[in-house]
Design a protein around this ligand. Structure first.
Ligand code: PMP
Length: 332
């Protein structure tokens, strides 16, 4: 099967659906699908990278665990297991032939066409599981990893844990993210950073945030209004290994203007420096030393040229993964 090439974007020719691989063109839903009307989906974003041992998926098990946790929050009775999702992800990447790609596992409330239910109550609707994949370049632009991006503080408040829990990566959360992103883009910024309902710094529309202050890392704590990012967790573990102190703490808006270095983390954004906030230059306005050091270690790990901290199995090598053992056969 050849990779689809749509307007220069490479897309895996197959999509995985409820245990089976189907053709890209057949991965369609009805307009009365519950998720389209009421936002009832949970999803993941995962990256696979080229390494000397072939393509490897980064922290696949952790992503699928977070996916299943998101589904649990929304009382979705998912029949597909962690191992099945992992195995399907591996097979999808293998089949696509892409050396590097982005994976999008998604679980949503669908439509039973024999017994339709159109109300808000999600329970009558079937649970649908899909995984699609495509080749996604640098999310915030090729140059962003070195030059950094210019961002603003959003006028929109981040969702709160008692309305839409940020701990679950739900489709509905991304309406808030879209407000943040659109406002930023229309005002000439690459990204927006939202404050939480208490006025403390939360996160970007699709990224967690780190400050570098006098050689220490500061980042908003888990629990309040941020997604527990897997890249965030990776950076914390790499920093600890490098003996860089990390403090998870409440951060005021003005601290972003005054910090030495500032960067985003995320599967799509990887580690992207921030050069200006609200037109105010951060530090020297260039990628800082500690940001660069963390990027170097992170990229070495994702490309398999050095082991993860504590030799953790962060890479699932696609060609070395046997059937039915996807989550247990990963390793560096
Ligand atoms: N926050 C939000 C709102 C996101 O969408 C993402 C991207 N998944 C992140 C943070 C970063 O999370 P991760 O590092 O797991 O991709």
């Amino acid at each position: 099967m050849s990779i689809k090439d749509v307007n220069t974007m490479k897309i895996a020719p197959k999509v995985w659906h409820n245990g089976k691989f189907i053709e890209w063109k057949d991965a369609r839903v009805h307009v009365m699908t519950h998720a389209i009307h009421y936002g009832s989906s949970v999803f993941e974003g995962v990256r696979a990278y080229k390494t000397e041992r072939g393509t490897a998926i980064f922290r696949l098990t952790e992503h699928i665990k977070r996916l299943l946790n998101s589904a649990k929050v929304y009382r979705m009775d998912v029949k597909t297991t962690l191992d099945e999702f992992c195995q399907a992800s591996v097979e999808l990447v293998k089949d696509s032939g892409m050396e590097e790609c982005y994976l999008r596992p998604i679980i949503f409330r669908g439509l039973n066409e024999d017994k339709p239910a159109f109300g808000v109550n999600p329970f009558p609707n079937p649970i649908e599981c899909y995984i699609a994949s495509w080749d996604w370049g640098k999310y915030l632009g090729e140059e962003a990893l070195e030059k950094g991006v210019e961002v603003c503080i959003s006028s929109w408040t981040r969702i709160t844990s008692n309305s839409l829990p940020a701990v679950a990566k739900a489709g509905a959360n991304y309406m808030n993210s879209q407000l943040i992103k659109m406002e930023a883009l229309l005002n000439g910024f690459s990204e927006g950073i939202a404050l939480d309902d208490r006025g403390y710094v939360s996160e970007g529309s699709g990224e967690n945030l780190f400050l570098v202050n006098n050689g220490r890392l500061l980042t908003p704590p888990l629990g309040a209004s941020i997604l527990p990012g897997i890249t965030r967790d990776s950076v914390i573990k790499i920093a600890k290994e490098l003996s860089i102190e990390v403090e998870e703490t409440n951060i005021q808006r003005a601290a972003l203007y005054l910090t030495d270095e500032l960067f985003f983390t995320g599967t799509a954004a990887e580690i992207t420096p921030i050069s200006k906030v609200d037109h105010i230059q951060v530090g020297t306005g260039k990628r800082g030393e500690i940001t660069k050091k963390l990027q170097d270690e992170f990229f070495a790990i994702i490309h398999g040229t050095r082991p993860a901290p504590e030799n953790a199995p962060w890479l699932t090598y696609v060609s070395e993964t046997e059937k039915k053992t996807a989550s247990s056969s990963s390793g560096n």
